[in-house]
Design a protein around this ligand. Structure first.
Ligand code: 6PG
Length: 263
């Protein structure tokens, strides 16, 4: 029973870590986050996280707010989002609302350090422009170099709210765009791939058999980014680690597979 299994992916720069289940992959991701945050906050005195939404990261957020809470210098952490549903923050589908309920209401991160995507602005396009200004005010014009950018993977290969065939895939300069999802809520805000790949560390959390085919595509060298937007993460400037469970990894070439300790 070794630690997390490191599976060879497309090349040495693809790092796929297979855990037994969602809890175990969330523990592994939390441990990696604590390390990055401690180094960044120690070196620069501050660090920046971009959170993702959906269901998969809930367990990670709960762990960061409990078992790992005291290992993170929350007063030095700035929190952003990689995408958002264009609904009020108190709407049950809000990514900000989910993070607030599972994490932010339980840790001493200063309110001034929490930068939700604005969904009260009259149009998603105006909101995207506002958020881009928020990011540039914080990082300057070369970023956004998040220390840890958390992302998920849809069964259709989307990541953040960059869906297959979407206009966001053709964007080369804007950091934030409005987007349309096939699944409700239809109206979204998303960072674009040129923005996402600026991160120092991208941690993609993937769980469940329904993600196996998308994961196989996302980490393959031959994937068409237009059909599988998550494959665009291969151009990341920094490190990309895929924290996946056994079910999601079921279509990946099997090699050394140790179950991670699932405590
Ligand atoms: C969102 C997410 C989205 C999510 C994937 C996976 O706003 O829904 O940012 O990109 O990560 O759709 O969602 P699940 O974790 O719910 O499977």
């Amino acid at each position: 029973m070794g630690g997390l299994e490191i599976m060879p992916g497309r090349s040495s720069d693809i790092d796929v870590r297979v855990a037994g289940d969602l809890h175990a992959l969330s523990v592994a991701a939390a441990e990696a986050m604590v390390q990055v945050i401690a180094a960044a906050a120690g070196e620069a005195g501050t660090c920046s996280l971009a959170l993702s939404g959906g269901g998969t990261p809930r367990e990670l957020y709960r762990l960061l707010a409990s078992r790992f809470r005291e290992q993170i210098p929350w007063e030095r952490v700035h929190i952003f989002w990689g995408d958002e549903r264009y609904v009020p923050h108190d709407h049950p589908d809000s990514n900000y609302g989910m993070a607030r309920d599972t994490l932010l209401d339980h840790v001493p991160c200063p309110k001034a350090n929490i930068h939700p995507m604005p969904t009260h602005v009259p149009t998603p396009e105006a909101a995207a422009g506002d958020y881009e200004r928020t990011l540039k005010d914080h990082f300057g014009n070369d970023g956004p170099p998040f220390d840890v950018n958390l992302l998920g993977l849809g069964a259709d290969g989307h990541t953040a709210s960059i869906f297959p065939g979407s206009p966001a895939l053709r964007e080369r300069t804007r950091w934030v765009m409005s987007a349309q999802s096939n699944a409700a809520p239809v109206s979204r805000l998303t960072l674009t791939l040129p923005a996402l790949i600026q991160s120092a560390n991208i941690f993609v959390l993937v769980a469940g058999a329904n993600k196996a085919s998308a994961l196989k595509q996302a980490v393959s060298a031959s994937a068409d980014v237009n059909a599988c937007p998550a494959a665009g993460l291969r151009d990341a400037r920094g490190r990309v680690i895929w924290f996946v469970d056994r079910e999601a990894a079921s279509e990946l070439a099997t090699s050394r597979r140790d179950d991670v300790r699932g405590e």
